[in-house]
Design a protein around this ligand. Structure first.
Ligand code: PAF
Length: 292
């Protein structure tokens, strides 16, 4: 049975018990709740590789801008606990905002350069909030391994950079994006989509597929690929493109001709709901492989 832990003190006691069992490895899945199969796949991966699986459910106010959806973000802890239990999560850490931030933090984590593009450019301060909360969660939970989804590829790059720069003793594992049958990447925010928007939302995946097809045919010019992706997205009447970019991955540096690993990333508002998706392209000589 999944046990829900609400305070840092309670977890610290539990942690001491766990660590007395020699060699117990803790696998950690940080989430903001309203779980879907993508989150559960991270927990399954953790289950296969760790002795104890901990999932956090915390909607972190620090990573939302003033005009963003912090208040509306979907919440249902009871349902989340049932779902986590089904896949064998041992503990859910579900602190209150007061528990995590008893006072406004004067210490925050700022990751530079790779946060200046893509979602970092569209959502100023977002990755400072992510870095700060993930750093706190790593200090509290003290996991051996933490699992993140490729859907948030920039977030993974940012966290990997933070772990490297600040010497966190945590191994980061990236798991594939989980998709609906038509290709839409699973996200807790998909619940905002009205029926017509839900149908149009598939254009993000279709744009990535278009780039993949062209690259398989040998196209490597970034502008050509981006124009094609833009054409695909523009076919959805409600689509409002925030960005479509191709950068080197994971450094997120500019590139105009693809001869190395890149990320194709896009953020599009569909009927007001901001959706993101991406594809990592691994390039070795003339060979390309795709993680989408
Ligand atoms: O990916 C998310 O759900 C959040 O950004 C995370 C990593 C749990 C930090 O709040």
């Amino acid at each position: 049975m999944t046990q829900v832990i609400y305070t840092i003190e309670e977890w610290r006691t539990k942690y001491e018990e766990i660590k007395q069992l020699k060699g117990s490895r803790i696998g950690f899945v940080p989430t903001m709740g309203y779980l879907h199969d993508g989150h559960l796949s991270l927990a399954c991966e953790a289950k296969q590789n760790a002795d104890v699986v901990v999932m956090s459910i915390f909607i972190n106010p620090l990573q939302f801008g003033p005009e963003e959806d912090y208040e509306q973000y979907p919440r249902d802890l009871e349902r989340d606990v049932e779902q986590a239990d089904r896949v064998g999560v041992d503990y859910i850490f579900a602190p209150s905002v007061e528990e995590m931030y008893p006072t406004k933090p004067k210490t925050t984590v700022k990751i530079q350069e790779i946060t200046e593009r893509l979602c970092g450019a569209s959502r100023p301060g977002h990755f400072d909030g992510v870095g700060t909360v993930v750093s706190k969660l790593f200090h509290i939970i003290q996991p051996d391994t933490a699992y993140f989804g490729q859907k948030d590829a920039q977030q993974v790059a940012v966290i990997q950079q933070m772990v490297q720069d600040l010497n966190f003793p945590v191994h980061i594992v990236t798991c594939p994006t989980f998709r609906e049958d038509d290709g839409l990447a699973m996200s807790s925010r998909n619940v905002y989509l009205k029926e017509k928007d839900r149908q149009e939302a598939v254009v993000l995946f279709e744009a990535l597929q278009r780039v993949k097809t062209l690259m398989l045919e040998g196209e490597r010019d970034v502008k050509t690929l981006l124009d094609e992706a833009q054409d695909v997205v523009s076919q959805a009447p409600s689509a409002d493109i925030d960005y479509i970019h191709i950068y080197r991955y994971p450094s997120l540096e500019d590139i105009s001709y693809i001869d190395t690993d890149v990320i194709v990333a896009l953020a599009v508002r569909i009927g007001g709901t901001r959706l993101i998706d991406n594809m990592i392209v691994e390039v070795v000589g003339k060979e390309v492989s795709f993680r989408v």
